[in-house]
Design a protein around this ligand. Sequence first.
Ligand code: HEM
Ligand SMILES: [Cu+2]
Length: 544
Amino acid sequence: MNKLRGSHYRFSLVNMFLAFVLLFIGGFIGLIQGLNRAGVLKILNGLNYYELLTLHGILLIIGFTTLFVNGYLYAATDYVLGGLQKISRTLSWVGLVSFLIGALMVVFEVINHRATVMYTFYAPMAASPIFYIGLVFVVLCIWLSAIGIFISCYKWKQSHKGEHLPLFAFFATGVYTLITLGSIGVTVEVLMMIPWSMGIVDRINVLLTRTLFWSFGHTLVNVWYLVAVSAWYLVLPKVIGGKVYSDALTRITVILIVVLNVPGGFHHQIVDPGFSPGLKFMHLIMSVAIGFPSLMTAFAMFAVLEQVGRQNGGKGLLGWLWKLPWGDVRFLTIMLAMVGFIFGGAGGIAQTNNQLNQVVHNSLWVVGHFHVTVGVSVVLTFFGLVYWLIPYLSGRVLTQKIHNLGIWQTGFWTIGMIFMSLSMTFVGLIGAPRRTQFTTYHEHAHALAWNPYLLFVGAGGILLFIGIVLMCYIAFYLMFKAPKGHTPFMVAETNEAEITTPAWTEKWSLWLVVAFLLISMGYVYPIVDIIQNAPPGSPPIKTW
Ligand code: HEM
Ligand SMILES: [Cu+2]
């Protein structure tokens, strides 16, 4: 291991370490929320329910995921390119420092009762200026990390004329391109909110801020999805002894997710007034369009699984399924994550439908939906990577004991999520709102009917928290305590006969133009309309 690579492993390890610390804190807060909603825990003093909920959202979906993704993709790109440029490493460290400064500012403000605005920080609710300035530092981290990856990939292409960028680096380019495109809107939003929260500007255009937020929020979801998909395409075949299904199909999936995604944000704003139904419809078409790459992925995954199952002696229509290594935690986690996505994706399509959205909007159904998508499909994929990625980085090996503990972890997590998400889904359908601490609305019969379901939300929360304790133990054990040794990086090979991938798949300049055209289609007209026909706007309001 040369010196530079050594320093690089440190970067990914530090990211992983911090990610699991945040997962622990965020998960503990989740447990408190779950028990509160079950009606068995009253939050008496300290932080109130809404402050905790703000922290839960921010720590988990901004903190945990950003750190994990940076740690994972930096390690993977480094591995497949045979090392990163020095400048990339510098940028990534500066980015991490920026993240930490920003995260501390944000958390400090929430804890001090100055920013109870949830992770969506919707205007006209106004947090303190420091909260928004902290968010700017977090975005800066994302951009610096992205530039680092772009520089290394670009340099590699220059010194490998005529070769295709290795698939992992291609995924990383796609992920960082998508998050960069997606974070432009939210940056504009935050820069509007800083002078407004300071009192320098009197009023803010509420609909504009919500629209800019969801151009980011919706993209963020598909960034995690794309990261998870990278593991499905490239790690899963390696774990089970197969090959990447198709180099070309993989690259086209990445390109489609990147270019189709951003103009889909209005599906979070279906009930917002101020847009014409036609505009909403256009965004809904774009959000459902993500179904294409998802179906391509499902096809490729089934093909790889069947090939390997048949190699292992599986016969008949489905006999190959039982010949897969179900007892291997690195496989089990990713399989469950992919199965989860079938249900998560279906729920998402239901929500995107105008009429159905009226029924579930702002209910616990939505919370059930995204704990399946992010909590199972994405997070369980991340967990599945831990068993080899962390030992690879720390120069240690996975022991049988920890492997078996991993199977228990996966069980607690999956069953916990099924309990919690299913009960949230059902109770949402009968009207239980999200973002509301436990209340019976003066023993109202309608609200009392929610209670049995809410008990299961609490029970699921307990199982999930056990899962979090186990996972953090496993991650830290693999970082600091597991026996020393060599763990290989897990990335599958492409079929030798597959060097026919068309060169246009690598034309990122072209894909950027296509992405910009689609983003303009989705946003230019609505934003001009929102600005031109704006109501007077709102002063900052502190609702807590
Ligand atoms: C121990 C595990 C977890 C438990 C028990 C848990 C529990 C909950 C509960 C009960 C709520 C709903 C509160 C409400 O709307 O009133 C919630 C919201 C949420 N959870 Fe979790 N959760 C867990 C893990 C996660 C993970 C791993 C993620 C993402 C990586 C996540 C992301 C979110 C988000 C984004 C919200 C919405 C926050 C908002 O509405 O502002 N949770 N969680
Ligand atoms: Cu979305």
